[in-house]
Structures are given as C-alpha cells and as structure tokens.
Design a protein around this ligand. Structure first.
Ligand code: MLT
Length: 327
C-alpha cells in the first residue's frame, strides 16, 4: 500500500485509509474556522467576514470567523499555526503579524514563512491618520505642530505591538521625531470606539475600518498613508504631500493554512477566494471601503508567499532603522 498517497481517516470502525484525492474531494465536509487575530469590529475582522461569507457559498460550507485578539495579533496567529493541517482551521491576517513583528518580538510563537501554507491575498488596505474630533488641529501641519508641542501628553491608539496600526503609528511618530504614549487594544474596532469618544488623540488605522466614522463626521482624517490620494477621501492629503515625504504604509491581508495542509485543499480554498474576489457585490463593497483588490495573478498561493518574503525584507530593516527595539 503506497503510504504517501493515503491518509488515515479515523472512523467509528477504526482507521480507514483513503487516497489523498478522495479526502480532498470530500473537503469541506464541515464548517471551516477562520481565526482573525484581532477583536471583532476592526478592519481585519470586517474584511474577513465579507470574504468568508462569499467563500462559504462557493465551498458549500460555512466559514466561521473566530476572533482571537491580544499581543498584536500573535496569539491568534500562533493558534492557527498549531491547528491540525486538515483545512478546517485557517488564519486571516496581515503583514503586521507575519512580517513586521519579526523586528518587534525577541521570540515569536511561530515562523511565518515555515509554519503556514499561503492560500491567497484578500486585499490591500490604505491607512488613514485619524484624530478625535476636538483635537486642536485641522490640517496635517497643524497636527504635526500640536503633537511636537504636546509630546508628553498626547496619546495614540493601536492594536498591540506588531499590529498594522502600530506600524502606521510608529513610522509616523518616527518621521515626526516624537515619542508618544501608545494605548494598546485587542483590535482597532474597540480602539475606534474610544477615539470617537475622545479617550485618546489619534490613530493610524486601515481605511476599511475608519472610513464610515470619517464620513459620519465622528472623527477627522488628517492624511492618508498612500502616495496618491484616495478616491473615497479626495480632500484628504497624503501624509507624503502634507509634510512627511516618503511616508507610505499599506497593509495586505491574506488567508493562511497550517503547514502540511494538502495542495488540493489549498487549491480548493484559493478557488473559493477567487470566486469571492470576482463577485460583483463583494468587489463593490470592498471598493467602497478603499480596499485594493488583488488581480487573479496576485491572489495565488505563490504570490502571497512572495509578498510575505518581500514585506519581511522591507519592513524588518525599516522598523529597526526607526529605532524600535524588540520586546
Ligand atoms: C491592526 O493590525 O491594527 C489590526 O488590523 C487591527 C484590527 O484589525 O483590529
């Protein structure tokens, strides 16, 4: 019996050997858990739920989001890395938790390049510098002057060391040459609630999360993190044009399965992702939220693996150059 091509299936009658293909054909035979390593209500959660809803329809099984927040997303990502490689537990996470945090933690509970099988890119998010409504600054130059003059009392919100909101904030503060107290949350969903109620002064968060509150007039947008203005916020300057030349931070998000998940299962999940990314309603909703949709070529498992490597090569030295010491 060729061991390689067989998988043992535990059944009531003991172990039954099935050819790998048969297992993959049966997949998914039950709902799939997708770990989002941040609290519900934030950008990662929002993007995950939009994609998982449509992917579940394509797969004929529910994809159920499980929010596992804490430690800048590393707790949730570690849980996914340890899960059985059977295709029933995945992670939906972003480059902060898989690339940037290599420079921010002395030891991580996973190796982002060895412990996962990339499935595909879910979208890339621009970030927006947002401030509480009554912060006495209406423009980025006024914001810069205010923060410099009040460095000791100003506070910025983020979702923990290694979170995207931490990367956005630390790169901004480093280029502004200020050292500002960071207020950590389990996700920028809860952080945003506190910004709206004025509990802290500013945050750099993914547009997918903060756009509705900006459009609702509950917080103010002082700059965007891309080198070109966002069509959804045409009057908001880029931070690059407004005063910090070269400031650019965008956050890719993707699906990952534990190492050892079969190629057939990864391919099935990638097909479901492509179905979601090709769905007109999904595309319209994500575009409204300023999500840059990947092309089909960019949404392959190989493209995501390459994207992860490129982000590690780019952001680890950049964070080290910003003088941030690993915890
Ligand atoms: C972050 O990294 O800031 C997260 O995306 C926040 C979140 O999704 O809650």
């Amino acid at each position: 019996m060729k061991r390689r091509g067989l998988l043992a299936l535990a059944t009531g009658a003991g172990l039954v050997a099935l050819p790998v293909g048969a297992m993959a054909q049966a997949y998914p035979a039950k709902p799939i858990t997708v770990i989002v390593p941040f609290a519900a209500g934030g950008p990662t959660d929002a993007l995950a739920r939009i994609l998982c809803q449509r992917m579940g329809e394509a797969l004929g099984q529910q994809m159920i989001v499980e929010n596992v927040g804490g430690a800048g997303g590393t707790i949730g990502v570690a849980k996914a890395a340890r899960a059985a490689p059977d295709g029933y537990t995945l992670a939906f996470t972003h480059m902060g938790t898989l690339a940037v945090n290599i420079a921010l933690y002395k030891s991580l509970p996973y190796d982002s390049q060895k412990d996962f099988e990339p499935i595909g890119l879910g979208g890339t998010n621009p970030m927006v510098l947002v401030a509480k409504k009554d912060l006495p600054a209406k423009t980025f130059p006024e914001f810069l002057a205010y923060v410099k003059a009040n460095e000791k009392k100003v506070q910025y919100g983020m979702a923990g060391i290694g979170a995207a909101s931490h990367l956005g904030g630390l790169m901004l503060n480093s280029m502004m040459k200020v050292n500002v107290l960071e207020i950590p949350y389990k996700g920028t969903g809860p952080a945003l609630n506190d910004l709206v109620s004025g509990q802290f002064d500013y945050m750099v968060d993914q547009a997918v999360n903060v756009l509705p509150q900006i459009q609702g007039g509950n917080i103010k947008a002082l700059g965007v993190s891309t080198l070109k203005r966002l069509p959804q916020l045409p009057d908001v300057p880029t931070i690059d044009e407004a005063g910090l030349k070269g400031y650019e931070v965008t956050i890719w998000n993707g699906f990952f399965a534990p190492k050892g998940t079969s190629k057939e299962v990864v391919a099935k999940l990638n097909q479901a992702l492509l179905a979601a990314l090709g769905d007109e309603k999904v595309r319209a909703r994500l575009t409204e939220l300023a999500v840059a949709l990947p092309t089909t070529e960019d949404a392959t498992p190989e493209a995501l693996r390459a994207q992860l490597k490129a982000s590690i090569d780019k952001w680890v030295p950049a964070v080290q150059a910003a003088g941030v010491k690993p915890e």
